[in-house]
Write a protein that binds this ligand. Structure first.
Ligand SMILES: Nc1ncnc2c1ncn2[C@@H]1O[C@H](COP(=O)(O)OP(=O)(O)OP(=O)(O)O)[C@@H](O)[C@H]1O
Ligand SMILES: [Mg+2]
Length: 244
């Protein structure tokens, strides 16, 4: 006997035949992707493949020229970025985004006060130092003098203290020491366990594949592979191992 037929749940994020570019230049071609709620999708590919463009589309920073984007079944490709952010989509962009002349603590307090108010900020600060003890050790240091990896931790701490519904993280591990990547990925696994869905954009495959449920490999703006991480097999022609 068969059980009652089940309707598969709506993906948290879905791109359907999306193309986009910059001016006359087309960066991605008919890309279709989806991520189920609570899952981790690793979006892999070499330089210029279109990974960041897809991240920007999901967060409303780039408008598709054709195709559709859905968040929980709601079409969002015409939404402005601030409206998408309000749905609980956070885009942690490539590189660093800290106030260089403020201390670590001032950076955190500034962002937590805005988000949680004066009272909530202090608890959020404790949580940030719990996530990244190194930031606690360096709380008085001017953020501009932190190492690249520490600055990345600082930007990430602001996001992870209050995990979003969907976190889009672009090249988190790029240029980071392995020990720092481990720490960052431990925290990502923790927010995933707490219910956050992750879209991890990475050029290097090592860490992302350890946590990813599904993988999409982009090559020259098109999806060359999409499926469960276990089915990836040997696609080394497209993938770069983590250096070191
Ligand atoms: N603002 C822009 N203006 C013009 N072209 C752009 C812009 N941003 C990206 N591109 C082009 O779009 C293509 C895809 O870029 P994208 O940044 O999405 O690649 P990526 O996969 O993230 O690469 P990387 O691994 O180097 O970060 C590239 O050819 C790039 O030069
Ligand atoms: Mg990129």
């Amino acid at each position: 006997m068969t059980g009652p037929s089940r309707i598969p749940p709506v993906p948290l994020l879905e791109l359907r035949d999306v193309s986009a570019g910059y001016g006359p230049f087309r960066a991605i071609f008919d890309v279709s992707l989806e991520i189920a709620e609570g899952k981790v999708l690793a979006l892999l590919g070499s330089n210029g493949a279109g990974k960041t463009t897809i991240a920007r589309i999901a967060s409303g920073l780039v408008r598709p020229t054709s195709g559709e984007v859905f968040f929980e079944g709601v079409r969002i490709d015409k939404f402005r970025a601030y409206r998408i952010a309000r749905l609980g989509i956070v885009h942690a962009p490539e590189g660093r985004s800290v106030f260089a002349s403020l201390s670590v603590e001032e950076n955190l307090v500034l962002s937590f006060r805005r988000e949680f108010g004066r009272r909530g900020a202090s608890a959020a600060l404790d949580r940030a130092y719990e996530l990244f003890p190194r930031l606690g050790e360096r709380r008085k240091q001017v953020a501009g003098t932190l190492s690249g990896g520490e600055q990345r931790m600082l930007s990430l701490a602001r996001v992870l203290v209050h995990p979003p519904r969907l976190l889009i993280a672009d090249e988190l591990s790029l240029g980071l020491a392995p020990i720092i990547i481990d720490e960052v990925y431990r925290n990502l696994a923790a927010v995933r366990d707490a219910g956050t869905t992750l879209l991890l954009v990475e050029q290097y495959v090592g860490h992302a594949l350890q946590i990813a449920d599904e993988v999409a490999v982009l090559t020259k703006g098109t999806v060359a592979f999409r499926g469960p991480t276990d089915d990836l097999g040997d696609l080394s022609e497209w993938l770069l191992p983590t250096p070191g």
